[in-house]
Design a protein around this ligand. Structure first.
Ligand SMILES: O=C(O)CCC(=O)C(=O)O
Length: 340
């Protein structure tokens, strides 16, 4: 009899045990990645700069996680800087919603673009929180919140929702809808097309026709070095055949992916900046999470403050040194879903 049975406590699930081992004991990802076959090229012409390092990248699958597909180091350094600017500036502002919304009256600009602005951002006024979202996310601590400058709030930013706005409490897309960034949509669609008909040893990994792909919803997740994301399944989307496409930027992380229940021991992958992960088919129903972000692991082409100034469109954004400072200490995950 194990200790948990004797004490009457429920034993920890295999997923929970793995989360703890990878987080606290710093266990290293050890899963076997098997080369998979992409049937189409990875290409996005007319973007103004090369987006993908090669049209025929190395793709990998996991033998016991059907449907999961990893394309290593797919995005060029310039495309990664482009995506960082999209995630931190263009997408991180109203009307998209963030984890800070219930607590602060956020301005119409991104916090990232306001770091040198010393004006204070006020606590959210409870009377302005109307409708179904506010009923479930009413800030409990509003009386204790102080006004804050943007630079102090930025480390507390954990996510922004894109397109159809996901409500973490109701677990529905019931919080309105915003326009999905068209360039980001094109990028995700190019990936969806490239991974159509991907296979492993003659067996299909993804049977979804990427030409039908469009981004209805997405999340930009921001992780500091100590942050994690608990295991969960993304199953709100009506369309579970379309892949969930997920891009990594900045610090590396340990990514766990298991099966349909938490009792299945998950596999661990190290995700790096520029990687594309697609959850297709069966893996759309798999528990997954991020138990650990790995410090000091971001690539030089993101952390070097002197890089990026000649990138296409760079003049519209804050100087790269601000991004380089952020990316040296953070991981960004940008993911997209087709909902119907
Ligand atoms: O950060 C990641 O790679 C995973 C994000 C995720 O699982 C989610 O947003 O549902």
């Amino acid at each position: 009899m194990d200790g948990s049975a004797a004490s009457g406590k429920r034993p920890q699930t295999a997923f929970r045990q793995a989360e703890k081992a990878f987080r606290n004991a710093h266990k290293e990802p050890d899963c076997e990645l098997i080369p998979a076959t992409l049937a189409h090229t990875l290409a996005l012409p007319g973007f103004g700069f090369p987006v993908f390092r090669t049209p025929h990248p190395a793709a990998f699958a996991l033998p016991d996680r059907p449907g999961l597909l990893l394309i290593r180091d797919a995005l060029t350094p310039e495309a990664q800087r482009w995506l960082a600017r999209k995630c931190l500036v263009d997408c991180s502002k109203p009307p998209n919603r963030s984890n800070l919304d219930p607590f602060f009256d956020l301005p119409d600009r991104s916090l990232f673009g306001m770091q040198d602005d010393s004006s204070l951002i006020s606590p959210q006024d409870a009377s302005s929180l109307d409708g179904p979202l506010s009923a479930v996310t009413r800030p409990k601590e509003r009386f204790y919140q102080q006004a804050q400058p943007a630079a102090a709030l930025l480390p507390r930013l954990r996510w922004y929702t894109l397109g159809r706005q996901y409500n973490w409490t109701t677990k529905l897309y019931d919080s309105g809808s915003t326009a999905f960034d068209p360039a980001l949509d094109s990028l995700m669609r190019a990936i969806a097309i490239a991974i159509s008909d991907a296979s492993l040893g003659g067996h299909a990994i993804n049977g979804f026709d990427g030409r039908q792909y469009t981004c209805h919803a997405g999340i930009v997740n921001f992780y500091g070095e100590k942050d994690s994301m608990a295991g969960h399944v993304d199953k709100t989307e009506e369309n579970m055949e379309a892949p969930l496409i997920s891009l990594s930027l900045g610090l590396e992380c340990v990514y766990l992916v298991g099966g349909r229940t938490r009792d299945i021991e998950p596999s661990a992958i190290r995700l790096r900046s520029g990687d594309i992960l697609a959850m297709c088919g069966e893996s759309r129903m798999a528990f997954h999470g991020v138990p650990r972000v790995i410090a000091d692991s971001a690539p030089d082409y993101l952390t070097d403050p002197c890089t990026g100034s000649t990138d296409a469109g760079a003049e519209k954004y804050p100087e790269w040194r601000h991004f380089s400072k952020y990316l040296a200490r953070h991981r960004i995950n940008c993911n997209a879903r087709k909902c119907e």
